[in-house]
Design a protein around this ligand. Structure first.
Ligand SMILES: Cc1cc2nc3c(=O)[nH]c(=O)nc-3n(C[C@H](O)[C@H](O)[C@H](O)COP(=O)(O)OP(=O)(O)OC[C@H]3O[C@@H](n4cnc5c(N)ncnc54)[C@H](O)[C@@H]3O)c2cc1C
Length: 463
């Protein structure tokens, strides 16, 4: 294969790489995307990652910047809240937002990825499938790709701007490892996940509430399910790798049946292929990638999971990767005459505190989802928050709402959440029911404690 010199090379044509290709193509750059996998429009989705995921406001805004928000939402199902399945089968619905407009959208990973590839190609991006990056020299901008198609061989080229959107195990990031000031860590959690299918009912009907994220929280482990357009749900079982409810204890069909009989009894009729799927489907690892700096001078930049993979419990991994694109585009547009790479360092420095904050919140949300959504003290706090948000939305929005429904920087939302934790402790002390809350006294405390933080960050709650 011949050599070439390229304008923009994006390594990894997944969700973030393909959206980035759209942003850069719209700014007149010649974009070449190198992707390890085959073209998923022809080959179908490769297994191993979540089948569906939630798209939230940050992700939708990024799609809007390339005029694809409405078309993408047509591929999704609105999800208005959590449906909690207690051990005895009792159902409790916890709405997500202040009203129905504050909802999340369940969307197929492969469907959204194929949609973005298609759109990026239409706007001039060139995709090179089955060609993973196998080596990079950041200094010279020289990249090596292995051609895994029948023709085979290795392709070498140089690029003016290189973007690494090749996911949590990024090969481009490996090339940074040789740089003296580069730091990187990957921290796995003690839980893994496995996907299972709840098939559609008759005529593609939904067998459980369609517009909900279903959770079976069991303290230390949980089952979750999100709807698909065809009436099915993708269920995800989160278990520790080892221990009493661990994957290591599930060696036989009887072990799996017993776990479900004891803890997820109401899900058994929904999962006709439980045992077969349990042993056929892979178990996935979950972890947090933290690294810095994301840029190599003005030549290379890591975005999305390659820069900041997080655990999935806030549903923000893709959304935050999409927000990376919005933010980078804002910086590029602010300096149209500058060299494109001049924005890399500003992006990398400016965005890192937000990536660190959402990584932390995602880990905390895991504890909330698996252990606390079922407990009464937690429910009271949620009800108090709901009352505050209804009565004084300009003064108080929950941290969850700021993360999911606003564009407030993640680090500001994180710090606000710390202040709110203390406020809620005080407001809930001795309170029997959220109806007994003294709203005037609550407003005074919020004005004293939360408002100064938001003011200092230049943030308002009028979203
Ligand atoms: C169980 C689970 C549930 C999740 N749920 C949500 C959710 O609800 N909402 C949400 O926002 N996020 C969710 N996430 C996180 C989300 O999946 C990721 O944040 C998102 O996929 C990141 O996109 P990306 O494009 O950066 O990386 P990826 O999606 O990993 O894409 C990387 C791409 O690079 C390609 N690639 C890899 N190596 C190479 C190479 N050497 N050369 C060329 N190409 C390469 C890969 O084939 C892939 O196409 C979830 C994650 C998991 C595991």
């Amino acid at each position: 294969l011949g050599e070439g010199s390229n304008d923009v090379v994006i390594v990894g044509g997944g969700l973030v790489g393909s959206l980035l290709a759209l942003f850069l193509a719209d700014r007149g750059r010649q974009v070449d995307v190198y992707e390890r996998r085959a073209d998923l429009r022809r080959e179908g989705a490769a297994g191993g990652r979540s089948i569906n995921l939630v798209l939230t406001r940050r992700g939708i805004r990024a799609l809007g910047r390339v005029d694809l928000d409405r078309a993408a939402l047509r591929l999704s199902i609105p999800v208005h809240g959590r449906m909690i399945h207690a051990k005895d089968g009792e159902l409790t619905f916890q709405p997500y937002g202040r009203d129905e407009s504050e909802c999340n959208y369940s969307i197929s990973r492969a469907g959204l990825n194929a949609f973005l590839v298609e759109a990026a190609e239409r706007r001039g991006a060139r995709y090179h499938f089955e060609q993973p990056l196998v080596g990079a020299d950041l200094e010279t901008g020289r990249l090596r790709f292995e051609d895994r198609r029948a023709s085979g061989g290795v392709r070498e080229l140089t690029a003016a701007s290189i973007f690494g959107t090749d996911g949590a195990g990024s090969a481009l990031r490996d090339a940074y490892a040789e740089l003296p000031d580069f730091e990187c860590s990957t921290e796995f959690i003690e839980h893994g996940y496995k996907e299972l299918t709840i098939p559609a009912g008759e005529l593609e009907s939904f067998r459980i509430e369609k517009h909900a994220l279903h959770i079976w929280p069991r303290g230390g482990f949980m089952l979750m399910a999100l709807p698909n357009l065809d009436g099915s749900f993708t269920a995800t079982l989160y278990l520790p790798w080892r221990g009493e409810h661990g994957f290591d204890r599930l060696e036989t069909a009887d072990d799996v049946r017993a776990l479900f009989r004891d803890h997820f009894a109401d899900a058994i009729p929904l999962l006709p292929d439980l045992v077969d799927e349990f042993f056929a489907n892979p178990s996935g690892q979950l972890g947090t990638v933290r690294c810095a700096p994301w840029n190599y001078r003005d030549r290379a930049l890591l975005l999305g999971d390659a820069a900041h993979a997080i655990v999935p419990f806030f549903g923000q991994g893709m959304n935050s990767g999409f927000e990376d694109c919005t933010e980078l585009a804002r910086l590029l547009d602010a300096d149209p005459e500058g060299a494109p790479g001049a924005s890399f360092e500003r992006f990398a420095r400016g965005r890192k505190p937000d990536a660190d904050a959402i990584a932390r919140m995602a880990l905390e949300n895991f504890v909330e989802m698996r252990d606390r959504v079922g407990d009464s003290g937690f429910l009271l706090r949620k009800q108090v928050e709901h009352r505050l948000e209804q009565a004084m939305p300009e003064r108080y929005r929950s941290r969850y709402s700021m993360v999911m429904y606003s564009h407030i920087p993640f680090h500001v939302a994180f710090e606000a959440g710390e202040i709110q934790r203390g406020l809620l402790d005080e407001l809930c002390a001795g309170l029997g029911s959220a109806d007994d809350l003294d709203l005037d006294a609550a407003a005074r405390r919020i004005d004293e404690r939360l408002a100064p933080h938001l003011r200092a960050a230049g943030v308002t709650l009028d979203y």
